[in-house]
Design a protein around this ligand. Structure first.
Ligand SMILES: Cc1cc2nc3c(=O)[nH]c(=O)nc-3n(C[C@H](O)[C@H](O)[C@H](O)COP(=O)(O)O)c2cc1C
Ligand code: SF4
Length: 608
């Protein structure tokens, strides 16, 4: 093992890196499943993971350096090369763009004399884009060294540039820069609940584990993370699974562009989330729970830890919870590091184990072989809230809310072209038009339901209803008015998928990239009908051969916008015939220049 004195680390403006490394290792121990948490903290301290750091950690954790490099290169918030002392990332969701994020980023690059993706020569600053930061109701947004700043304006950009130039520590920046609004526009069952801490848990303890599962099954509760799997069946399967330990995991990765309801639940209803997790632990027999918090919500870490501590002090977590011997359960928080795919449950579990977030083969499912190959009940943040309320109210009362196949309420994250973006809670069965009326949207051309992987609907379908019978949704509701170009919306979404594909399986890795190139080709005026037909073919390949949901849904944005807004594509098509993406005649320009020829014979004909 290298003595610490032999370590040579990059200059850090804030910390003494060897001291920080010793502190981090002392905190997490030498358990390789903690690798992602360790790398995150090293990144926060040193600004990047240097070769010396990687070698040091490899020795300490007794793993190959290649594993450290492979994990670090997977997550977009971890870096193996030095980054700017101030790392600025503009949120690049379509709703940020609609609010002017691209112009603001160009402005800041000019101000700092910097190109996007580059580090300034003095190492002071780097500027780039990142996928949706979950602040769509208050964009344009950015992250500076992982801290979210919302409602960007040219003036704010100017001020931020000045603060960076002056090397002002983030802690001394105006506090209101970092203020994140909850924007609750319409409360309901969850957001309006007045439950006292532990009330649902007391009901659960009176029922016992098996009866909790029955109640959840009878309540008709289905997962709120997107797939809509019946929660009671999941908990039952986990309870019945054989294993040394059972685990409860809360999915707070919330990476789907346009979704931000879990952010608000974790801010306003953290106790309800933890209460739901604790009830789940009682039902499945778990002693340990983990909340996987997306890196973009780093600012919520301390408040959430404080909420956990309060619950421990009130004996709602820890040993013999509420005086029941043998009912021991506690919750810890793991932070993600900028990878949308880690929202997929098996990728999330891999990430929790300190690995690259690559989805696993399923079956076996997490309920039998989840975290550390043990039975794991993994649910979305909102699902745990709904479960706690279902146990508190009783299955009959809960299932009376909503519709027959979609019981309870749903939180909707409204963003885009409307005067009142924010969080709206409705019983399931609400129509798209009702939500548009409530948020004040007018002249609406389209609504994207459930993010890029969901569906895009046009005006004729606004009477459709949210629920598993008609329009299932994880919660995103992006509004586009008649000034919007739906081709550009779809192009933004396919760029997102190409960027976020984990690259594990070839059809998705290559297919999402081809899709992106096709959309760029059409945008540059070189598209043909042949390209549009190719998208349908590509969709078939991705649907049938992709390893996980990302690949299977990647073509949706194009197919749905083609269905409703075909002219947005056709107006851009150059000809009906095949046209290669590569401009061969353009490439010969240099040769023409060198030979002094520019006559017709020195050009390729269109048909050539
Ligand atoms: C690419 C991809 C991303 C996902 N992202 C999330 C997410 O951010 N949050 C979430 O709860 N579920 C997400 N899911 C769904 C999860 O895999 C899983 O179904 C869900 O967390 C289960 O919880 P639930 O039953 O409470 O819905 C994602 C799925 C896929 C395929
Ligand atoms: S479909 Fe895409 S995201 Fe999913 S495993 Fe394959 S490459 Fe990764």
């Amino acid at each position: 093992m290298l003595p610490d004195a032999e370590l040579i680390f990059g200059d850090s403006p804030k910390c003494d890196v060897p001291t920080c490394l010793r502190r981090i290792i002392a905190k997490y121990g030498t358990d390789a499943t903690q690798l992602l948490q360790i790398l995150r903290e090293v990144q926060e301290c040193a600004g990047y993971i240097s070769p010396d750091t990687a070698a040091y950690l490899a020795q300490k954790l007794d793993i190959p350096i290649a594993r450290i490099e492979s994990v670090a290169s997977f997550y977009s918030f971890l870096h193996l090369e030095p980054q700017g002392e101030y790392r600025v990332l503009f949120s690049d969701n379509i709703t940020d763009r609609m609010l002017g994020s691209q112009t603001l980023m160009e402005r800041m690059c000019q101000q700092m004399w910097l190109q996007p993706g580059k580090v300034s020569e003095d190492g002071l600053v780097s500027i780039n884009t990142t996928s949706c930061t979950g602040m769509c109701d208050q964009g344009p947004a950015m992250l500076v060294n992982g801290r979210a700043i919302t409602r960007l304006t040219p003036q704010r950009i100017q001020e931020i540039g000045q603060l960076i130039r002056n090397r002002t520590p983030l802690a001394a920046w105006p506090a209101d820069f970092f203020h994140v609004d909850d924007n609750i526009q319409r409360g309901g069952l969850v957001l309006g609940n007045t439950l006292s801490y532990g009330a649902a848990l007391r009901n659960g303890l009176a029922l016992g584990g098996a009866a909790i599962v029955e109640q959840i099954k009878d309540s008709g509760l289905r997962g709120r993370g997107g797939a809509g799997y019946p929660t009671g069946m999941k908990w039952e399967a986990c309870r019945n699974a054989q294993g040394d330990h059972h685990y409860v995991v809360c999915n707070a990765d919330e990476g789907e562009p346009g979704t931000f309801k879990d952010r608000v639940l974790l801010t306003r209803q953290a106790d309800l989330v933890f209460e739901g997790m604790t009830l789940c632990a009682l039902a499945v027999g778990a002693k340990r729970g983990i909340l996987y918090l997306r890196g973009e919500y780093r600012y919520l870490l301390e408040p959430l830890k404080a909420a956990l501590q309060r619950r421990r002090s009130s004996n709602l977590l820890g040993q013999s919870i509420l005086g029941h011997p043998g009912f021991d359960f506690d919750i810890e928080i793991h932070l993600g590091a900028g990878a949308y795919i880690c929202g997929e449950e098996s990728a999330l579990i891999e990430s929790l184990e300190g690995k690259r977030g690559v989805p696993r083969n399923r079956p076996p499912f997490p309920v039998t072989h989840g975290y550390l190959q043990q039975p794991t009940a993994l649910d979305n943040v909102e699902t745990f809230c709904q479960a706690a309320l279902a146990i508190h109210m009783g299955a009959d009362k809960y299932s009376a809310i909503g519709t027959a196949k979609s019981t309870g309420s749903k939180l909707i994250s409204v963003s885009g072209d409307c005067p009142r973006p924010g969080i709206y809670e409705y019983p399931f069965g609400v129509s798209v038009q009702e939500i548009l009326n409530d948020c004040g949207a007018v002249n609406t051309r389209a609504v994207q339901i459930s993010g890029p992987s969901g569906v895009c609907i046009g005006e004729k379908e606004f009477d459709r209803k949210l629920g598993f019978e008609d329009l299932p949704t994880a919660g995103a509701f992006m509004v586009f008015d008649d000034s919007r170009d739906m081709f550009e919306v779809a192009r933004n979404f396919v760029h997102f998928f190409a960027h976020e594909s984990c690259g594990f399986c070839t059809p998705c890795r290559v297919g999402t990239s081809m899709l992106k190139q096709t959309m760029d080709k059409i945008a540059s005026g070189h598209g043909t009908h042949y390209d549009l037909a190719e998208v349908e073919h590509l969709d078939h390949v991705l649907q049938t051969t992709s390893h996980c949901g990302l690949g299977r849904t990647a073509c949706n944005p194009v197919l749905h916008t083609l269905k409703h807004f075909r002219p947005a594509y056709e107006n851009r098509l150059k000809s009906l015939e095949f046209k290669p993406a590569f401009d061969l005649d353009g490439a010969l320009a240099r040769a023409r220049q060198m030979t002094g020829r520019d006559d017709a014979g020195a050009h390729l004909k269109e048909s050539e």
